[in-house]
Design a protein around this ligand. Structure first.
Ligand code: PNW
Length: 483
């Protein structure tokens, strides 16, 4: 139970940076303001509103018109870092390398960056957080055409480095390639919603999409390294998400192997080619065979050349699950290597106390183990680029501000980081709370609130929750000299 989970006095390095994170489509609104073009999320949420709780990001938090207020808010909370994403169709409305550029969109991000730097807040910029220009989807199905997508993404990234790179020193190419591949091109719960019911080829599409993401990431790292790093001296990498998996029955090797295999399929899929410059994990090749695309010699050289130029491991982490090997392969398409996952183990134990959503359990030990797993496999400094949870009853602002569960969750997860650093020797350099303020939570619409600040979606008023003040106080105290 939660009240038996105690947060120790937190110890974190003086250079450790805390921040908040958002994504363009989730907060900006202004979907067709000042010349912005549509993204796949504008179309997805409008053509079949039941897929997003009947809601969409047309207005969201109206951040596009309230950026100055939001920077002020972050400044008042004492954040070191703000991680946000650029809306590709806001700066290239049709998306492609020969399409016009929208200077008003560029001006918005220039102002945002300048305002952040004025308040001593470091901008960490994600180039792609799920809102590919609809123009590219219409032309060639976006990620499903590797060569076209790669060329357009390089062009878009070069524009961002050219216009913003004098002030932005941390870049993320893609947010969560796993989710883009599996949730958007297999389960169909995220845009563009490819799935069996839509008649798309789910036996190969997710792996082709993953392949495109890996090669487009590597090509942009290569371009940044050769064209920009010398003058701009920034860091670039990617953000991978992943739960930690505990075995469903830890006394049985088949389930211990299943838990390990699940993480390899989740993280190794992208991490091994990108950070190690290797082929896909052998476990994945064994399970998927030719469904998993092959890297050409030229692509292998690109991967091995760029692997060392990833400056950090961006980790989005929320929770832990149990994994077990099934006695018989599941009916239909098994792409996981014969694995099922759950929040309860063989002995009826829950993996942790539930939050406002069933999949998100409070399980800080799993987080600590995942930090160790990633450190051992990739030996890169880890930045926790997202972490947080929704609490029950947060629609009402009175209930929302008293977010004891989130405060406890954040405290325990920071404590796990502290132990990973000081007891396990893992290098962790930052923690970005997901999310700055309640926003458009994709398929859950506005029904799921992850903010450390409450958003009233009628008045758009922002009200910090206690967890925001907890973070502020925790890091302010940490910065004082030891007595
Ligand atoms: C992240 N899971 O995605 C996204 O980067 C955010 O945009 C989103 O708002 C946030 O999580 C909260 O949901 C995730 O299945 C998608 O464990 C799926 C999972 C975790 C995070």
């Amino acid at each position: 139970p939660l009240d038996q989970m105690v947060v120790e006095e937190l110890r974190l390095p003086p250079t450790f940076a805390w921040g908040t994170a958002t994504a363009a489509y989730q907060i900006e609104g202004g979907t067709s303001q000042d010349g912005k073009g549509p993204s796949i999320w504008d179309i997805f949420s409008h053509i079949e509103p039941s897929r997003t709780n009947g809601e969409n990001g047309d207005i969201a938090c109206d951040h596009y018109n309230r950026a100055a207020e939001d920077v002020e808010l972050m400044s008042s909370l004492g954040v070191d870092v703000y991680r946000f994403s650029i809306s590709w169709p806001r700066i290239i409305p049709l998306g492609g390398r020969n399409d016009p550029i929208n200077e008003k969109g560029i001006a918005f991000y220039n102002n945002l960056i300048d305002q952040l730097l004025d308040r001593d807040i470091e901008p960490v910029v994600t180039l792609y957080h799920w809102d590919v220009p609809q123009g590219l989807y219409d032309r060639y199905k976006a990620f499903l055409n590797t060569a076209e997508f790669q060329a357009d993404f390089i062009h878009y990234a070069r524009l961002c480095f050219t216009r913003f790179g004098d002030r932005v020193k941390k870049w993320v190419t893609f947010n969560e390639p796993y989710i883009i591949s599996i949730f958007a091109h297999l389960n169909g719960t995220l845009a563009p919603g490819h799935c069996v019911a839509e008649g798309t080829d789910t036996t190969t599409e997710p792996w082709r999409v993953g392949h495109t993401l890996i090669l487009s990431h590597a090509a942009v790292v290569d371009m940044y390294t050769t064209e920009f790093h010398y003058s701009q001296k920034g860091d670039i990498s990617i953000v991978l998400n992943g739960s930690f998996y505990e075995p469903w029955d830890a006394t049985d090797k088949v389930h211990r192997d299943a838990a390990e295999r699940r993480m390899v399929f989740y993280i190794g899929w992208f991490g091994d080619p990108i950070f190690l410059g290797q082929d896909y994990p052998s476990e994945m090749r064994a399970a998927l065979g030719s469904r998993l695309p092959a890297f050409t010699d030229k692509e292998r050289r690109l991967l091995s050349r760029t692997a060392p130029n990833n400056a950090f491991y961006g980790m989005n982490h929320y929770s832990t699950k149990y994994a077990r090997t099934l006695s018989e392969p599941p009916a239909g398409d098994d792409w996981t290597g014969n694995i099922a996952e759950s929040s309860v183990n063989k002995f009826g134990q829950e993996v942790g106390p539930v939050t406002a959503v069933n999949w998100l359990r409070v399980a800080p030990d799993g987080f600590r183990k995942l930090l160790n797993w990633v450190w051992q496999r990739y030996h890169l400094p880890v930045i926790v680029t997202e972490n947080g949870c929704p609490c029950p009853g947060e629609t009402d602002v009175q209930i929302a501000v008293d977010d004891k569960l989130r405060e406890k969750y954040i405290g325990l997860y920071l404590d796990a980081i502290s132990r990973a650093i000081y007891e396990d020797g893992v290098q962790v350099t930052g923690y970005y709370a997901w999310t700055l303020m309640d926003n458009f939570e994709w398929s859950a619409g506005y029904g799921s609130r992850f903010g450390i600040v409450h958003t009233d979606f009628d008045t758009l008023k922002r009200t910090p929750k206690n967890s925001a003040y907890y973070l502020k106080a925790t890091f302010a105290r940490r910065r004082q000299p030891a007595t």
